[in-house]
Design a protein around this ligand. Structure first.
Ligand code: FES
Length: 166
């Protein structure tokens, strides 16, 4: 199926209503598409933008659905595939690397018992590797649903971070 072909399944009325609210909050302004998609992704438990939702937004703005898919593939904070409730995005750029983001990643894998790209059995966490998101002053850092958490240089700090989401 191409990105311009409408999906066969409908959206629930409740979800459509919530999306309408988000579009209203952004004044139906297509230049705010990234913010719109982030807000919509936030109200979907698996933290992604399903195909039916992408087409709904495209029709409502209106905007080409291919532009929505360009955003979903370009921005690491967005996804068109189901994720965990809390995707842990580990920065893999240079400042975090020199501050031992490798160690951070290993500890996350050990505690969550998953590899990068996998989801925990309860659907709560997944680990993603992403480029710098501008929190270099608190490297090594992660981003979870748009919030940045830094100074994750010790096992204690990492355990305390995970505890916030359990
Ligand atoms: S290098 Fe990691 S947030 Fe910038």
């Amino acid at each position: 199926m191409t990105a311009e072909t409408a999906p066969a399944y409908p959206l629930s009325a409740t979800l459509a209503q919530k999306i309408d609210g988000i579009l209203d909050a952004h004044d139906h302004d297509a230049t705010q598409i990234v913010g719109i998609l982030l807000d919509v992704q936030d109200i979907i438990p698996e933290q992604f933008v399903p195909e039916a939702v992408a087409f709904y937004i495209a029709e409502k703005l209106p905007i080409k659905v291919s532009i929505i898919y360009d955003c979903l593939t370009f921005y690491s904070a967005l996804s068109d595939k189901p994720r965990a409730k809390y995707p842990i995005q580990v920065c893999r750029s240079v400042v975090c690397k020199v501050n031992d983001s490798d160690g951070l990643l290993e500890i996350l894998k050990k505690y969550l018992n998953i590899e990068v790209g996998e989801i925990t059995y309860d659907g709560r966490f997944m680990i993603e590797e992403v480029p710098c998101f501008g929190a270099c002053d608190m490297a090594p850092a992660v981003r979870i649903n748009g919030e940045v958490y830094g100074n994750l240089y010790s096992e204690e700090n990492i355990k305390a971070l995970l505890a916030k989401f359990i």
